[in-house]
Design a protein around this ligand. Structure first.
Ligand code: AHM
Ligand code: MG
Length: 347
């Protein structure tokens, strides 16, 4: 009898293939592997477990609310943003695996202290994406993107970060939702792991995730409609209309935490959009950061058979020109993203 995807996922879960076993198996398949990448992911996993623990008890431990500080993006920093950022920086700077880091919360490159060993990886992360949801107990996440250091560059060189998305070695996210999940790609498909709190391990729950060619969900903050240009309005209208290829309106779903919106669309099929906002001087290129949000999710989307564009080009083909560069983002099922692009180009 043929097993369904869900049956296979359940079986792996019960048999308990841990993320570490999975990474070691992948290492075996790659003769050039040194084990550094496995160690790097393990460090990220420990940071995420710490963050997940704090997220789970946030309401009890005075971890809700804002710190009173404003970050480089002009956004209010919440206590959990700060905790997540510190947890990641603290672990990664001691790991001996990282050359330099960039966080959504820090204006500049985060250098590894002189007395710490350095590695060959460049890490960019959004420590707590969608953190405005925290106080309402809705899903949030951590996004990460990994590049190799450029050989001839100093660790702290900005050039290590100003790269094309297609150069990423790996990318992923941790989703702190009804359960905590890790979804990642190292360029050989997309795999999902669910944290089993009873054993404290991430177990393989979603092997080789693939998106459908066309989705049924559109996710966008429609309250900004009046700030979009006509073509962007046309894109959203297409998904809402019965005259689309689906023959009926797509379902609207918007959590306001991209990791959660993206994750649902990855599994169910759909498109997430954060367009440029011509009238807000802070968002002429949308809100989302290329290096720590758009590029890593674009890598995952493509590896799962989906696509991601800024409206004129593939996200992974954009070379960053500044650390906190923002890009409009249309990401999801291949056909839906292609259709959005056709409309945005005015074709
Ligand atoms: P953040 O990283 O500061 O949380 O901002 C990114 C988030 C996305 O996760 C989310 O989709 C979007 O901002 C929501 O913004 P808006 O409230 O403008 O719709
Ligand atoms: Mg974010």
């Amino acid at each position: 009898m043929q097993q369904t995807e869900i049956q296979r996922a359940n079986q792996s879960y019960r048999l308990g293939i841990t993320i570490t076993e999975h990474l070691l198996l992948c290492e075996d398949e790659c003769p050039a592997a040194t084990g550094q990448f496995t160690r790097l992911l393990s460090e990220l996993i420990i940071s995420a477990k710490l963050i997940s623990r704090e997220v789970n008890k946030a309401g009890l431990a005075d971890l809700l609310g804002a710190t009173g500080n404003v970050n480089v993006q002009g956004e209010n920093v919440r206590k959990l943003d700060e905790f997540a950022n510190q947890a990641l920086i603290h672990r990664m700077e001691r790991s001996g695996l990282i050359c330099a880091m960039a966080s959504e919360e820090n204006a500049d490159i985060i250098k590894i202290p002189d007395n710490m060993p350095k590695g060959n990886y460049i890490l960019a992360f959004d420590p707590l994406d969608g953190s405005s949801n925290v106080d309402a107990n809705a899903s949030i996440g951590t996004i990460f993107s990994i590049h190799r250091k450029i050989e001839q560059e100093e660790c702290s060189s900005l050039n290590n970060f100003l790269r094309y998305g297609y150069e990423q070695v790996a990318a992923g996210y941790f989703l702190y939702g009804s359960s905590t999940m890790l979804v990642y790609t190292a360029g050989k498909g997309v795999h999902g792991f669910t944290l089993d709190p009873s054993v404290g391990e991430f177990l393989l729950s979603h092997r080789s995730i693939t998106m459908p060619e066309r989705g049924t969900i559109y996710s966008v903050n429609e309250s900004y409609t009046e700030f979009w240009d006509d073509r962007t309005r046309n894109v959203v209208n297409y998904f809402k209309s019965s005259n689309n290829k689906r023959g009926k309106p797509y379902t609207a779903r918007y959590i306001g935490a991209m990791v959660a919106d993206f994750h649902r669309n990855l599994l169910y099929g759909g498109i997430y959009m954060y367009p440029a906002d011509r009238q807000d001087p802070h968002k002429p290129h949308g809100k989302l950061r290329l290096l720590c949000e758009a590029a890593p999710l674009a890598f995952i989307a493509e590896q799962a058979g989906g696509a991601a564009t800024d409206g004129s080009q593939r996200i992974l083909d954009i070379k960053a020109t500044e650390l906190h560069e923002r890009v409009p983002l249309f990401i999801g099922c291949k056909e839906d993203v292609a259709k959005a692009m056709v409309i945005l180009r005015g074709a």
